[in-house]
Design a protein around this ligand. Structure first.
Ligand SMILES: Cc1ncc(COP(=O)(O)O)c(C=O)c1O
Ligand SMILES: N[C@@H](CCCC[NH3+])C(=O)O
Length: 447
């Protein structure tokens, strides 16, 4: 055996059981060695609500909202609902003073049903349907981010009164993230590229529509970005475009929405984008760009999704079997998988795992935690260290699953989607109940 073989176990033995960079703010271990979040043992959530279950730490979500507001006191923070939207989450973030970014009539309806103020809602989408646009107009959403010429035509002919709009532009700024999460470069479906005159044409058309009130520009560079520098480049290009609009049309745009995409750590040691580092970069970039283009400072909007809810979420699973394959890996098979966490198969995302129902003193062994779905790629965590005495019935917890898990879940293999259980002050409370096979069959109307 070489040092390389035992390195994962050594690393596991040296790191604290729960890395505070990954687990919700209220995570502890109780006297029985069980992991608790929000004062509730995850094993109790598993027993009471079944597994798999998404657990959400309400204080963690609220704390991240406050941190953003304190770090960007002059900016508007609009929570990107696509990361995770339930009525309770919409209520928490709006109570904490955030606006909301939605990208479909469904997200809009959820936000409105939670009592969100439509004037503080921003509607996005590269291909909004006429149903999305009509719902937004009927609700009186504060801003619609225009993303295509078809949409300009539809919006210009719809509704009463003037609709405030921003135009989404692509500044052609690359970011280091997964290819599928890169949205600010020239060659993709979102927005109007600044280069080649596409944005200029769109802006001219919007300005020519009496029912549209152009108030600003929007861009979103991508998701899970950990380097602040691309935001500075984007700000420079967008302020340059705003100065051009003033020069060509005499209109001063007052809002600059630089999207979201702030990266978080998924495993120990991963880089993350610290909000205060981003704040300093944004401030400096705005100062420079506004001075250079002699342009009045616009109000900045940021749209974090993952950075608000990602670390508040933990998914709990029950171990169903432990399979040791001679000469190959050991698979710990659990009762969830790619239906509740599609991010591993989709983006090659990596996660850590911990035993939640007891503290084991057994030596660590390297395993793959696999799901229950009918695909070899249905793996939740590859090469993770777990105690060698792991057995069926144990409860495993996977942190950093608050963003893009519930919202991207499917019922693949007719496995019903898990519940979302909020925990706070020792009390668990179901926000979204578990889907049932009856729910699935209700939609199957063809018999
Ligand atoms: C327009 C827009 N704003 C905000 C976000 C939120 O991204 P994230 O959750 O990475 O902060 C997205 C998704 O990437 C988006 O498309
Ligand atoms: N769904 C992606 C992010 C896409 C961001 C939405 N524009 C993820 O899980 O990381």
């Amino acid at each position: 055996m070489t040092l390389l073989d035992i390195l994962p176990s050594l690393r596991a033995a040296m790191t604290p059981r729960l890395d505070p960079a990954l687990w919700p703010a209220t995570t502890h271990v109780d006297e029985r060695g069980r992991i608790t979040v929000g004062g509730v043992a995850l094993a109790d959530v598993a027993d009471h609500f079944g597994t798999p279950a998404y657990v959400l730490d309400e204080s963690d979500v609220r704390h991240r909202c406050r941190t953003y507001r304190d770090t960007f006191p002059e900016a508007e923070i609009a929570y990107a609902a696509k990361a995770l939207l339930t009525r309770a989450v919409a209520r928490w973030v709006t109570e904490e003073g955030l606006s909301l970014d939605v990208c479909s009539a469904g997200e809009l309806e959820t936000a409105l049903s939670a009592g969100a103020d439509p004037r503080r809602i921003i509607l996005h989408g590269n291909a909004k349907t006429s149903a999305d646009l009509s719902a937004a107009r009927a609700a009186g959403v504060g801003r619609i981010v225009v993303d295509s010429h078809t949409e300009i035509t539809l919006l210009a002919a719809s509704g009463r009164g003037r609709q405030n709009v921003l135009v989404r532009v692509t500044p052609d700024v690359g970011v280091r993230t997964h290819r599928a999460l890169t949205t600010g470069v020239h060659d993709q479906k979102f927005g109007f590229p600044i280069s080649g005159g596409h944005a200029e044409d769109a802006l001219r058309r919007v300005l020519g529509q009496p029912r549209l009130n152009l108030i600003g520009l929007h861009c979103h560079l991508g998701s899970q970005i950990t380097d602040p520098a691309p935001f500075a480049t984007a700000i420079d290009r967008l302020v340059g475009t705003m100065a051009q609009v003033r020069h060509d049309h005499g209109t001063i745009l007052t809002q600059l929405n630089i999207g979201g995409g702030h990266g978080i750590s998924y495993t120990t040691g991963d880089p993350a984008l610290d909000p205060s580092t981003l704040a300093a970069t944004v401030e400096d970039a705005l100062d420079d760009a506004c001075a250079r283009h002699r342009f009045p400072r616009p109000r900045v909007t940021l749209e974090p999704g993952r950075a608000i809810v990602g670390r508040a979420g933990v998914t709990v699973y029950r171990v169903l079997s432990v399979k040791r394959i001679e000469g190959a890996r050991t698979f710990v098979c659990v009762d969830g998988g790619m239906s509740d966490n599609p991010r591993v198969a989709r983006y090659g995302a990596r996660y850590g795992v911990a035993v939640a129902n007891r503290h084991s003193t057994a030596p660590a062994t390297v395993v793959t935690v696999a799901g229950r779905h009918c695909e070899a790629g249905d793996e939740l965590a590859v090469d993770v260290s777990l105690p060698a005495d792991l057995r069926p019935g144990d409860v495993l917890a996977v942190p950093v699953t608050g963003a893009y898990h519930h919202s991207m879940a499917s019922s693949y293999n007719a496995v019903p989607r898990p519940p979302v259980v909020a925990v706070a002050h020792g009390v668990p409370r179901e926000l979204v109940r578990r889907e049932t096979v009856t729910d699935l069959l209700r939609r199957d109307v063809g018999a």
